[in-house]
Design a protein around this ligand. Structure first.
Ligand code: HEC
Length: 164
């Protein structure tokens, strides 16, 4: 009986700590999901998302897209982040996200400026979703005609780089 009481006492002592850890993990998941929606990551990296009023099943979240983005940089395809992030440790992801550059229309500057907490939250969500899908098509060099559907960017108006 004394042993049982001791075990019970230990359990009761540990429970708040466990609950706090759960609450922390839940808050991080919520934050990660919020960023993925509000920062537009799904718009490009989740197939069908933008055309469907911001809806897509979690099974396809961030699996990349076959839709090409064509312009002076060639043709790019939004990468499969489920495969990419699940191949990185949290620290590798932080270091990579902080300095990565990519061709248009990836807003890499938004990723570069995120806090460690926000980067961790994204990583946690992608970890919990797990690997899925296949790699997006490889990017094409400027002047190479994409075989599949592509969004075409016109040449920018003259002097647009100096605007403002
Ligand atoms: C307007 C479309 C668009 C949005 C919005 C967008 N991306 Fe991207 N992203 C792309 C494209 C296209 C590429 C591939 C660029 C290339 O090939 O150079 C890419 C590449 C990446 C890569 C590089 C993957 C690799 O294989 O190294 C990461 C990481 C990434 N995006 C994360 C994000 C995150 C996180 C968000 C939200 C904060 C986001 N992207 C928002 C279009 C987008």
């Amino acid at each position: 009986m004394r042993n049982h009481l001791a075990v019970l006492a230990l359990f009761l002592a540990a429970a708040p700590a466990l609950q706090a850890a759960d609450a922390g993990a839940d808050a991080m998941q919520r934050r990660g999901r919020e960023i993925l929606h509000q920062s537009g990551c799904h718009d490009c990296h989740t197939p069908g998302f933008a055309m469907n009023g911001g809806q897509a099943p979690e099974s396809v979240w961030l699996t990349g897209d076959q839709l090409g983005w064509n312009g002076p940089w060639g043709t790019t395809y939004a990468s499969n982040l489920r495969l990419r992030l699940n191949a990185m440790s949290r620290d590798e992801w932080r270091a990579y996200a902080r300095i990565m550059k990519a061709r248009p229309p990836m807003p890499y500057w938004a990723l570069n400026s995120m806090s460690d907490t926000d980067l961790d939250a994204i990583w946690q969500v992608v970890k919990s979703l797990g690997k899925a899908g296949t790699p997006a098509p490889a990017a094409l060099a400027p002047g190479v005609e994409p075989a599949g559907p592509a969004v075409r960017f016109p040449a920018p108006p003259p002097n647009s780089a100096k605007a403002g």
